[in-house]
Design a binder for this molecule. Structure first.
Ligand code: UDP
Length: 320
């Protein structure tokens, strides 16, 4: 296959690129570096099956535009482009809304033009601050449409509506992955997410910043497991959303403890205000992924943190 990956320089996009290349496919990666990093793809500089184009998917991908870019014949589109960490999507508020609307539409148009399959990276944020627990795909969510997080939540929800419309009205072979919190190497060390913050703070010996009282929960999936789930979904016949995440649920305090154990750090805990609309609980029901895709995560939190350690240590050394 020849595969187009938007957001290829991002955390998930770059791992997906590696996986597609490992499977023998050719990959064309695009990214505008809004939050992605060229170094995530640096190891592919001499890979003949990988092409990269710096491009903002909010600009239509056809040869007719100024300095036009058309990816050419492709078999599959993975739409991974979007700011994804809360501090980054708050900083890039309008851009986040734009990429989840115009950007997704442009990516869908390419898939339609080349009769390619399409997988969209959606999110557990579609469930907002959920009133049902754990979250099943049938749950419509509890989202504040005008709060600070709405730029991300509503852009992803609108993308889901667009993807379903292209499937129903235009027959595009689409897939929707609702991705829960994911971590691993290449998670940007300063993008403000909990695992990257805690690992960097622990390695520096700085206090771990707990927002609120740390009783809120998240379910953390190691990146290799996540990518495996995405690839299985891409090959499936399922067009409705599928949760891809690890159902192991941890409070943020438990997560801090796990980071302290894995790093051997003696860092203290420092309590800071809880961000507005920070979801109280988050845990996927993955019955659908288990049944339809034969998928479930294999790597528990402690092991995934240990596997991530070398990357974050190298970031710390690079910053020194
Ligand atoms: N969080 C925290 N300390 C940090 C960063 C995040 O306590 O340094 C909390 C945050 O308030 C949230 C959870 O950890 O409850 C996960 O935050 P993250 O930004 O990683 O992702 P989210 O699931 O909120 O999109």
């Amino acid at each position: 296959m020849r595969v187009l990956i938007t957001g290829a320089a991002g955390f998930l996009g770059s791992h997906l690129t590696d996986r597609m290349l490992a499977e023998g496919h050719a990959v064309i990666g695009i990214d505008n570096f809004a939050t992605g990093a060229a170094e995530n793809l640096a190891h592919l500089a001499h890979e003949p099956r990988f092409e990269f184009r710096e491009w903002d998917i909010c600009v239509p991908m056809n040869a007719g535009t100024k300095n036009g870019f058309d990816p050419g014949t492709i078999d599959y589109v993975f739409n991974m482009a979007s700011p994804a960490s809360p501090p980054e999507y708050l900083r890039l508020a309008i851009e986040t809304l734009e990429v989840g609307s115009t950007g997704t539409r442009n990516a869908l148009d390419v898939a339609e033009r080349y009769s390619a399959g399409f997988l969209h990276a959606s999110t557990s944020e579609c469930y907002g601050d959920p009133l049902e627990h754990p979250q099943r795909e049938e749950y419509w969510g509890h989202v504040n449409p005008i709060g600070p997080r709405s730029v991300y939540d509503e852009s992803k929800r609108f993308s889901e509506a667009l993807v379903m419309a292209y499937h129903r009205s235009r027959g595009v072979n689409t897939h929707l992955a609702r991705i829960f919190n994911t971590y691993g190497p290449r998670l940007h060390p300063s993008d403000g997410r909990v695992i990257s913050n805690f690992l960097m703070q622990a390695l520096r010996g700085d206090p771990l910043t707990i927002y609120g009282d740390g009783s809120q929960t998240r379910s953390f999936c190691y990146v290799d497991d996540l990518i495996d789930g995405l690839v299985r979904l891409a090959h499936s016949g399922e067009h409705l959303p599928v949760n891809i995440g690890n159902p192991g649920e941890f409070t943020i305090l438990e997560c801090a403890q796990a980071v302290l154990e894995v790093t051997g750090s003696k860092s203290a805990l420092k309590f800071e205000p809880l961000p507005v609309d920070d979801p109280t609980r988050r845990c996927p029901d993955i019955t659908k992924a288990r049944t339809l895709l034969g998928w479930e995560p294999r790597i528990p939190l402690e092991e995934g943190l240990a596997r991530s350690l070398d990357y974050f240590k190298s970031k710390l050394e690079a910053a020194a």
